[in-house]
Design a protein around this ligand. Structure first.
Ligand SMILES: [Mg+2]
Length: 279
């Protein structure tokens, strides 16, 4: 029988360890980085990413947990002596470019699931690495910011909405057509550069939605934030409007709309569809 693990304190300890491990590396980030090859997710591996991943693995092992790691850096690996108790999906550092450049918007993201699918995530943490901001969630128990329950935005008017939009892609000509109406209809578009944290901003109502149609983001990037959104009353759907579920893998890419409430989600979906049909 599987033992019960009190996950939130374990995840918070992972975050504490990540912060301790990356602290000495932050001052060295402007120096030349060693060539560590390409990570499982397809991006170059940086020393700081590996240090953060190691911190998470070591912390979980210190609790005696046997797990399958699904990481943007190492790919999929087994840890621990017993059969797998759970899947641990992580983007050890979300927003590495921000971190390297001293832009204070980066996070660590960890999701625990029973299977290798997004909809089985049952515990999650996304922690801002620059501020004392720790988002946690457990299935059926709500989402929290520093221990205080959060709920998503109730705003239903698009012009006043604050919407995160990731346009960071070489395929911009294709994506731009799809999002032109959305940009034209709202005053506040915000790309911050660390998607897991940006999705948590939708969960706690700092922003009203986050849109990513690039098909570039991996499920390792969004697994923890997915539970945060769900537990805060927000929604995350495919651009077709259908429920998002996907395999947890650094090679599994997704496009999606995350929205604070159904009304704002429908408005965004309509704006995206209209433009698609007009072209
Ligand atoms: Mg990363």
């Amino acid at each position: 029988m599987k033992r019960q693990i009190d996950w939130i304190p374990v995840l918070v300890q992972c975050r504490d360890s990540v912060q301790r491990q990356i602290a000495p590396l932050i001052g060295t980030l402007k120096q030349q980085q060693p060539d560590l090859g390409i990570g499982a997710g397809g991006d170059p591996i940086r020393q700081v990413d590996l240090a953060a991943e190691k911190a998470i693995v070591n912390t979980l092992e210190s609790f005696g947990i046997s797990f399958t790691l699904i990481s943007e850096e190492s790919g999929i690996e087994e840890y621990g002596g017993r059969p797998c108790e759970c899947y641990v999906t992580t983007d050890p550092i979300d927003g590495t470019t921000n971190l390297l450049r001293g832009i204070p918007f980066s996070a660590t993201s960890i999701a625990i699931s029973t299977k290798q699918t997004l909809n089985t995530v049952f515990a999650a943490l996304v922690a801002d690495l620059n501020h004392e901001v720790v988002y946690t969630a457990q299935k059926g128990k709500g989402a929290f910011l520093n221990g205080k329950r959060i709920t998503s935005s109730k705003l239903t008017t698009i012009d006043e909405a604050v919407i995160g939009l990731d346009l960071n892609t070489y395929r911009i000509q294709k994506i731009a057509r799809q999002v032109t109406s959305l940009i034209e209809n709202t005053k506040h578009i915000r790309p911050f550069g660390a998607n897991a944290l940006e999705l948590c901003y939708v969960a706690d109502g700092r922003t009203d939605a986050f849109v990513d149609l690039r098909g570039k983001l991996r499920t390792t990037d969004i697994a923890a934030a997915w539970l945060m959104l769900k537990e805060a009353g927000a929604r995350m759907v495919l651009p077709s409007g259908k429920t998002l579920n996907a395999k947890l893998s650094p090679k599994q890419h997704v496009s999606f709309i995350a929205a604070g409430n159904p009304q704002i989600q429908e408005i965004i979906l309509d704006l995206i569809r209209t433009k698609k049909e007009a072209k």
